[in-house]
Design a protein around this ligand. Structure first.
Ligand code: IMP
Length: 179
């Protein structure tokens, strides 16, 4: 069923039940990979707030959660390549295991920027987890991107935290723009 958000139409792409299932698989993987350690999950706002919240519910090792805020789309449907640093991490990450949690990796620009910025602070390790990845848009491999929910085509998507003009974050599941 088509749904209108601002001036665009969107159609269902990934139902919530599939997201829930995949989220549990990723959480189990993280729990196994970080057994005996206490990683810090860093949710990248705004888009990852739902995914981060659902992910930690299923992680069964001790884990800390914090957020940072970056913006790179400015309300359009394609990247501007400009990254706006809205708020920084409020904690010291030196010697800690960091897992960045993203909603979507498109060109990879935002994730590269964030990884470079945090590496200077000498964490023990940095990996990244993204609900969605657009492999055909990715400009260069991101070695830290270890956990990916779903690979999708170069479509503009909304829902489950992702927005178009700040709307659509409350859609249950991922929707793609109708061509
Ligand atoms: P990148 O820097 O090109 O990888 O873009 C990453 C950021 O752009 C994400 O964190 C989102 O905020 C935004 N973005 C990329 N693709 C989409 C999309 O299809 N829908 C909504 N936001 C997107």
């Amino acid at each position: 069923m088509k749904t209108q958000i601002a001036d665009l139409y969107f159609e269902p792409l990934i139902p919530l039940k599939d997201i829930d299932k995949r989220t549990i698989e990723i959480a189990n993987q993280i729990s196994a990979d970080y057994k005996g350690r206490t990683p810090i999950l860093v949710g990248v706002l705004n888009g990852s707030f739902l995914f981060t919240a659902d992910l930690i519910k299923h992680i069964d090792i001790p884990v800390e959660v914090t957020f940072t805020k970056l913006a790179s789309y400015y309300g359009g449907t394609s990247t501007t390549r400009k990254i706006r640093d809205d708020f920084d991490l409020s904690i010291d990450i030196k010697g800690r295991d960091i897992i960045l949690v993203e909603d979507i990796v498109d060109t990879g620009n935002t994730l590269h920027y964030l990884i470079d910025k945090l590496k200077v602070r000498e964490p023990a390790s940095i990996t990244a987890c993204s609900l969605l990845l657009k492999p055909k848009a990715l400009e260069g491999i991101i070695y830290e991107l270890k956990y990916v929910g779903f690979e999708i085509e170069n479509d503009f998507v909304v829902g489950y935290g992702l927005d178009y003009k700040e709307l659509g974050r409350n859609l249950k599941g991922i929707y793609r723009k109708v061509k």
